[in-house]
Design a protein around this ligand. Sequence first.
Ligand code: NDP
Ligand code: 8X3
Length: 261
Amino acid sequence: AKRLSGKTILITGASSGIGRATALEFVKTAPDVRLILTARRQEQLEELKTEIETLSGAAEVLVKKLDVSEPADIKRFWAELPKEEWKDKLDILVNNAGLVKGFEHVGDIAEEDVNIMYNTNVTGLINMTQAVIPLFKTRDAGTIINIGSIAGREPYPGGSIYCSTKAAVRAFTESLRKELVSTRIRVAVIDPGQVETEFSVVRFRGDKAKADAVYAGVEPLTGEDIAEIVVFVAGRRENVVIADTLVFPSHQGGASSMHRK
Ligand code: NDP
Ligand code: 8X3
């Protein structure tokens, strides 16, 4: 808690699921954190800000609408972010924004779905990272935590695009960590297995019944479970890098190894 006290943390995709839970977990761990909460849905972010301010009077929260899949929007975001108060103070970036669309097989995947997954999960994460690296290098400090997935390690049929985006996150993260070995900047990837969030509702394009079926007879992880790990990774002594973490619920042994009751 002491190590995270007063830290400035930027979270992408904070409007739901893991990102939202991560914001709350940082505040529970260090009540005086300073959070920059971003996503496309501003209303959810404003609600989260109110919830955080009720939880801790000492937390500072800045809400910013940001679509990471749009390079121009990322540029606008950084240009508008108050320099001395927020940008120059940034300590931690959590690249969490991401999504999956559909289960179609190669040959049948809509171009729009390919683009939204790559532009969000890969290009968005790269662009956000490129924006903070110069800041972190100037201070020879900073932590980048990327949310990957078991899907990046174990590709499955019907997941060619999503799985390959998460494999890209993994490779990008590893190159970056190696590029930064002469610095004090930390780079981590956390790969969750099955987590119940809005993830499957988005995958099935709003079909709640299909999304619920994904979690029938199993006990998935919650956003809070992953949030606790993000905050743990961020809160280690500055010389400690928890480089790589794979997290399953107990019924899961791999992307397609699942025990159902
Ligand atoms: P949710 O759908 O609940 O949350 C996804 C978040 O990403 C939302 O806040 C959404 O906000 C945001 N987001 C999506 N597209 C964009 C965009 N273009 N720009 C900015 N923000 C965006 O799912 P999860 O919490 O589960 O997902 C979080 C991360 O965890 C993702 O990277 C996902 O791939 C990964 N993951 C999830 C697993 C799971 O089983 N749930 C397992 C392994 C990894 P908004 O719509 O407001 O923009
Ligand atoms: C989410 C995990 O296996 O449903 O990243 O794609 S999986």
